[in-house]
Design a protein around this ligand. Sequence first.
Ligand SMILES: [Zn+2]
Ligand SMILES: [Zn+2]
Length: 228
Amino acid sequence: MHPYIAMEIRRGVYKLRSKGCNVYLLRINNQKYLVDTGTPNNASLLLSQIKELDGIIITHAHFDHIGSVYGIQIKLNCPVFVHKDDLVYLVREKRFRFSGVLGKVASLGERVYKIGMPVDVKLIDELIEKSDENLEIIHTPGHTPGSICILYNRCLICGDLVRHSKKYHLIGKNEVKLSPKSFCSDYNAYLNSVRKILELDFDVILPGHGLPIYGKIGLESLVKALGR
Ligand SMILES: [Zn+2]
Ligand SMILES: [Zn+2]
């Protein structure tokens, strides 16, 4: 990892420069794990910042997160870890269905992008068994069936579960936004997952898109608005 390129957010948690989605790097003991890979045109940019990896963790198998898995695997020769409920999507035995106008755009994206087939796929349970007790993987289904959040050193990497609502950023409010319904495979399950993460102990949410969300106030008011 190039020290001048990666931004350290918390000890052992870095944000890399990327295309398509936010890509993070975790240093766990002496090992390095990439979280998500962006769109397929992102591999060379990531490879300019990292020279070795022990694995790639994907938060969920949407194309803007898995697009460069193959491109990185063939260069750095490491496994990709996925939740069992997103495995069929990662290896393209099944395709996601999206609804509405936004969904049509997403479906087109899935079809147009040429994504290489991952070569060394493992279930996320294998990673949990051998890793640090500081690392927690939380199953947060609904955006996709196998979406996960990763809790490490008080950072919650949440994939597409929530994101920062940029319009309030300039006036210092940490507002949090939901994922559009058309991108979710099961919206009720999704809302329950949003409620669930509020119970976790973290200082900052690192979303798959947009800025970090510091503190819990934004998420608290969002969950309050959702009701039970
Ligand atoms: Zn995304
Ligand atoms: Zn997504």
